[in-house]
Design a protein around this ligand. Structure first.
Ligand code: ADP
Ligand code: MG
Length: 698
C-alpha cells in the first residue's frame, strides 16, 4: 500500500532509471512528488469541435484517429508522422516531426485527445507537433484543461512526471492539514489536500489561484511563525542593561579621524538603545561593504566596557580576526581597556600589564574578567571558554555562522540568569521585503550611506582579447604605488575546462606577466601561520596578508577567502577571473575590498564564458548599490540561490513570491495571532516548524 513516505521506486510501473532521475530533482518519496509543484500551466481549457477550429488558438481537440503513417522526407532525411483525426463535425490534419514512435503507438480507431496551437493550412487548419494522448475511457491528463508544466531534468519528460503524479494524486488526502481552522477561515484559504490536488491538476482557473494562495501562505507562514516564536522566547529572557555613557561616547566620536555618517549614527543609536534594556537585543545590522559597520559596533563595545562588562566579536576567519583586533586597538588606544585576540593560532592582548601567551592564559584572563573585548573566531565557542560577565555578543558576517554557533554564544554570559545582547552584522544585503518575509518583525538596522568622499569603483568587463591591456593597466597602477587583488574560482587546476586556479595564475603572473613585481598567493587550504610542520617554509595566510598590508607584496592572487572583511586601503585593483561563476552579491563583496582610500579604484571582470555572462556582469558593472544588486540577483535567481550558498540554512521557497506584500502582511498577522494566543496550544504547528530554524537571528 502506498503512503506518503513510500519511496518513489515502489510506485507501480516506475523503473529504476526514472527513480534515479527523480532523485536528481530531490524527489525521493511520494510526498516529495506531490510537493513538486509545476512552475506554470498550459491552458488547454477550451475543447473545440473540428469544424470550429480557428488558426492561432490554443485548444484541446478530441476525436478518432482515422489515418496515421510515418514517412521519410527525401532530402532532409526527416521522419514525418502524418495523421487525420475526425469528429462528428469534420477532419483535422496533424503532423509530428522526428517522433516515429508516435506512428507506431497510436492506432487507427483510437480515441485520442490533442492539444496545441491551430495553424492555418492551404486546406483549412492543421496541428503541428501537438501534445497527444490516447483516451481509453478516462479523462485526458496532458491535453485538456490547465496542464501543469514542471521543471524537469534531461531525459525526464513532463508527460512522465505528470503521469506519475496523477497516479498518486489520491494520496493528497493523507497530508495532514496543520493550519488551524480559524486561520484558514479568516484568510480565506482552501484546505491542504484540495490545494495540492489543484496545484497539479486544476479543476479551473479560480481553484488554481486558491491552491497557489494556500501553498504560498503555508511556506511563508511556517518561516514567519518560527521567527516570531524565537523572538517571543528571546523576549522572555533577561539580559544585563548596558548603560549609555553619553559623555564618554561623545568624546570618543569626536576623536575619530572622520565624521560618522548619519546612517552610522542612526544604527549606533538603535543599538545603544536596545542594549540599555533588560531584554536581550536581537538585531541585524546590514551595511554594504565599506559602509563602516566596525566603528558603529565599536560604540556598543565601548559602552559595555565602560559598564565593566565584557563583549565579544566573533568573525569567520583568522585574517579578519587579526584585522578587527588591530582596528579596535587603534580605535580604543586612548581608552583604558584590554582587548584580546583569540583564534586557533593567535592569542594576544593589547594591554601593557597583561601578558597572554598561551591558550590557558587566555582562557583564565577571560574568565577573570581581565579582558574587556575579545575578538576571535569560532575557537571561542569550541574551546572551554567561560566569560566573567559577557553582556554583548557581536557576530560579523553572520551568514557564515549556523544557529548552533549563535546558540553557543548566547549561553556564555557567565551569569546563568541572563543572556548577552546579540548583534549580527552582514554585508549581504537582504532587502527589507525579504527580511520581513523571513524574519518577521526582526530588529533591523541598515547603514545605507557610504562615508563621504568615496569614489565609486570603476568596473569593466574585459573580453579575452583585451586581457593583456588589462595587465598593462594593472602594471601602470602598481608603478604609481598601488596594489592589486586577483581572484580565481579554484585553488588548483582542475579538469573543468578554462576555469582559472590560484596556483596556475600565480605561476603565470609571477613568471611571465609581472616578472619584476612581488606577487604572492593566498587560499583557504593554507595554514593561518607558517607551519612548524613545514619548518616555517610555507608562509601562512596571516603573514601574506600582513605583507600585503605593508605593501611588500604588490599583487595577491587569491580564492574567495578575501571576500570577507579584509581592509587594505592601498589596493585599488580587484581583478576577478571566471567572474560569471560568482553571484552578483559575492562579486560586490570582492569589489568592496578596493575603493577604501582616496585613490580611484577599479574592478576588472574577466569572464570565461563571455556570452553567457554578459547581461549579469553588465548589470553589475553599472550598479554600485549592494542592495540593488541583491534585488537584481533575486530576480534572476531565487533567494535560495542568492543567499543559500553563503547563508547557512537559508529558507527555500518553492512557490512563495517575496514581493507579494499583501500576503506577507496577512501571514505576519496570522503568525502573531498564534504567538499571542500561545503557540503551545498548537502542538501540530510546533511539530512542523521545529526542524528548520537555522536562519533565525538570535
Ligand atoms: P564594513 O562595513 O565593510 O565592515 P569597515 O567597518 O571595515 O566597513 O569600514 C571600512 C573603512 O571605512 C575603514 O577603513 C573605516 O575606518 C572607514 N570608515 C568607517 N566609517 C567612516 C566614516 N564615517 N568616514 C570615513 N571613513 C570611515
Ligand atoms: Mg566588516
Amino acid at each position: 500500500m502506498l503512503t506518503l513516505a513510500t519511496p518513489v521506486e515502489q510506485i507501480n510501473k516506475i523503473g529504476k532509471a526514472t527513480a534515479k532521475k527523480l532523485q536528481r530533482l530531490e524527489i525521493k518519496t511520494v510526498q516529495d512528488l506531490l510537493q513538486y509543484y509545476p512552475f506554470r500551466y498550459e491552458d488547454y481549457s477550451q475543447t473545440v469541435k473540428i469544424s470550429e477550429l480557428r488558426p492561432g488558438t490554443k485548444v484541446n481537440v478530441r476525436g478518432v484517429l482515422e489515418i496515421i503513417q510515418n514517412r521519410r522526407t527525401p532530402r532532409q532525411r526527416m521522419m514525418i508522422t502524418e495523421a487525420i483525426v475526425g469528429d462528428e463535425t469534420g477532419q483535422l490534419k496533424v503532423v509530428w516531426f522526428n517522433q516515429p514512435f508516435i506512428g507506431r503507438t497510436l492506432k487507427v480507431g483510437d480515441q485520442i485527445s490533442l492539444a496545441g496551437e491551430i495553424k492555418a493550412d492551404l486546406a483549412g487548419v492543421q496541428m503541428v507537433a501537438p501534445e497527444y494522448e490516447r483516451l481509453s475511457g478516462c479523462l485526458p491528463v496532458h491535453t485538456a484543461g490547465l496542464v501543469p508544466i514542471y521543471s524537469v531534468t534531461a531525459n525526464l519528460s513532463n508527460k512522465q512526471l505528470r503521469f506519475l503524479i496523477k497516479s498518486v494524486i489520491g494520496l493528497v488526502n493523507e497530508f495532514h492539514d496543520f493550519l488551524p481552522g480559524e486561520i484558514q477561515k479568516k484568510y480565506n484559504l482552501i484546505d491542504l489536500p484540495k490545494a495540492l490536488r489543484n496545484i497539479h491538476f486544476p479543476q479551473n482557473a479560480a481553484l488554481l489561484e486558491k491552491a497557489k494562495r494556500r501553498l504560498k501562505f503555508d511556506e511563508l507562514f511556517l518561516v514567519q511563525l518560527t521567527s516570531q516564536i524565537k523572538k517571543s522566547e528571546a523576549r522572555s529572557q533577561e539580559a544585563e542593561k548596558i548603560k549609555f555613557f553619553e559623555k564618554e561616547t561623545k568624546e570618543f566620536v569626536k576623536n575619530l579621524p572622520f565624521e560618522l555618517t548619519n546612517a552610522q549614527k542612526k544604527a549606533a543609536w538603535e543599538i545603544l538603545q536596545d542594549i540599555g534594556q533588560d531584554k536581550p537585543m536581537s538585531r541585524l545590522l546590514e551595511g554594504d561593504v565599506g559602509s563602516g559597520k566596525t566603528v558603529t559596533v565599536a560604540l556598543a563595545m565601548l559602552n559595555a566596557a565602560l559598564n565593566k562588562k565584557q563583549s565579544v566579536l566573533l568573525v569567520p576567519t583568522e585574517i579578519l580576526a587579526s584585522q578587527h583586533f588591530e582596528t579596535l586597538c587603534k580605535l580604543f588606544k586612548d581608552i583604558k581597556m584590554s582587548i584580546g585576540l583569540f583564534t586557533r593560532s593567535n592569542k594576544k592582548v593589547n594591554s601593557g600589564q597583561l601578558t597572554v601567551n598561551s591558550k590557558k592564559e587566555m582562557i583564565s584572563a577571560i574568565k577573570d574578567g581581565q579582558i574587556n573585548i575579545i575578538v576571535g573566531t569560532h575557537t571561542i565557542l569550541q574551546e572551554d571558554v567561560e566569560f566573567k560577565d559577557l553582556a554583548l555578543a557581536i557576530i560579523d558576517e553572520q551568514h557564515r555562522f549556523g544557529v548552533e554557533q549563535r546558540k553557543a554564544l548566547r549561553q556564555k554570559s557567565g551569569d546563568k540568569k541572563t543572556v548577552p545582547h546579540l548583534l549580527a552584522m552582514t554585508a549581504t544585503p537582504i532587502p527589507r521585503s525579504l527580511a520581513q518575509a523571513i524574519y518577521g518583525d526582526l530588529d533591523l538596522s541598515i547603514i545605507n550611506e557610504m562615508p563621504k568622499g568615496r569614489k565609486p569603483i570603476q568596473t569593466f568587463v574585459v573580453p579575452e582579447h583585451k586581457r593583456y591591456d588589462g595587465y598593462s593597466f594593472i602594471k601602470k597602477q602598481i608603478e604609481e604605488g598601488r596594489q592589486a587583488f586577483v581572484i580565481c574560482p579554484l585553488i588548483s587546476p582542475s579538469d573543468k575546462l578554462g576555469v582559472k586556479s590560484v596556483e596556475e595564475e600565480y605561476k603565470k603572473l609571477n613568471e611571465i606577466v609581472f616578472k619584476d613585481l612581488k606577487i604572492a598567493y593566498l587560499h583557504g587550504r593554507m595554514p593561518a601561520r607558517s607551519g612548524s610542520a613545514s619548518g616555517g617554509k610555507t608562509p601562512g595566510k596571516e603573514e601574506i596578508m600582513q605583507k600585503f598590508l605593508n605593501n611588500e607584496i604588490k599583487i595577491l592572487v587569491s580564492t574567495s577567502v578575501v571576500e570577507v572583511g579584509v581592509d587594505v586601503p592601498n589596493a585599488t585593483i580587484m581583478m576577478i577571473e571566471g567572474a560569471e561563476r560568482f553571484g552578483l552579491a559575492q562579486l560586490h563583496q570582492f569589489r568592496g575590498r578596493v575603493g577604501r582610500s582616496e585613490f580611484q579604484s577599479y574592478c576588472l571582470l574577466f569572464p570565461t564564458d563571455e556570452k553567457q555572462a554578459a547581461a549579469r556582469l553588465n548589470t553589475f558593472a553599472k550598479n554600485h548599490d549592494g542592495f540593488k544588486l541583491a534585488e537584481e540577483d533575486l530576480k534572476m535567481r531565487g533567494p535560495g540561490e542568492v543567499y543559500g550558498t553563503a547563508q547557512k540554512g537559508f529558507p527555500e521557497f518553492k512557490i512563495a513570491d517575496l514581493n507579494d506584500h499583501v500576503l506577507i502582511k496577512e501571514v505576519r498577522e496570522a503568525a502573531e495571532r498564534i504567538v499571542n494566543e500561545g503557540a503551545e496550544k498548537y502542538p501540530e504547528l510546533l511539530e512542523r516548524i521545529k526542524k528548520d530554524d537555522e536562519w533565525v537571528v538570535g
